[in-house]
Design a protein around this ligand. Sequence first.
Ligand code: ZN
Length: 356
Amino acid sequence: MHLNTTRTTRTLSAAVLAGLLAVGSIGATGTGAFAVGEGPNPGNGSTQTSILHTYESMVAELKAQAAKQPAMELEVIGQTVKGRDIHLVKYISNPAHPTILYLTQQHGNEQLTTEGALAFIRSLGTASTKGILDKVNILVVPMLNADGAMGDVDFPLTDYVADGGRHLTRYNAVGTDLNRDHVAKAQPETRALHENVLSKYPIQYMIDLHHQGTQSEIDGNLVSGSILYPTSPSVDPAVVERSKQLGSVVYGAISSKGWGNLGKYVGGSEDRIGRNGAAAQYGISTLLFEMRGMSDHYIDSYALGQKSNGYLIQQTVLTLTSTARAVGDGSVATADTSFWDTLPEQTSRPGEEAGE
Ligand SMILES: [Zn+2]
């Protein structure tokens, strides 16, 4: 794999460099320090699912945090096809405050978003996020597609590439893409989300967290992720504008990092996609965030090795923390959306998939 090592447009902080050297990804891949400016390295390392939370260990952690954090409530909003409880994490300090929802793992093989959400939840119990919960209500639905995340599905996963004793798949147990089910709501996971979260709380903002493949780029540089607002013609333009403002907060938080390189996602306009469906049906301002690289896949180039995990988890934590703050203090309403006019649409090197 070739990377242009002469490109030095981004500043590499000493801390990030030290971290990279510590995990050996620079030396091991031979791509050079400047590849960091292209986002997480494609040097990969092995793709180990054993270092990820299982559904059970995630639930145990949620329960432990709920017991420890007075402001946190944990609710079961439904069950997956295979009967796993789907959880909603709630921080509702005052119903009059604005509410933001974070959703992870509609696609079961996109797990670092959930790892990031768990780190964010842990942080809300510490002094590092002091003041956030005084101004904003936060809802988190982690690992919506728990059956897919655990590989507990009614179809074979024999071609999947990850090591670690467990495979993760995009589809739910019966092979449905949950992120194409936001109009029909035919699956129990999607119904739980709509009936017990989206239609139940006065949610103003939502970030739908995903992973894309590893080969997307802008201006010849691999991206650390991509973002997009709702593009369905049935969404109120004011909702779209507020979505763009939410995206502006994320862009500001991520692109200031040495490893951060965001492109504009090229996505569909159908309402059955969550980004569009939630905006069209409930007037929620939504942002799709696609992180780089998947936790498992049957196509090698979609899966990203664990050496990139640190960046991508941090990318999620920064996204959630910055948007919770901006929604709480109202600064999201004055965020400059003009960057969207020049944000390059990402393109893909050979082998990349389409489909958020
Ligand atoms: Zn996805």
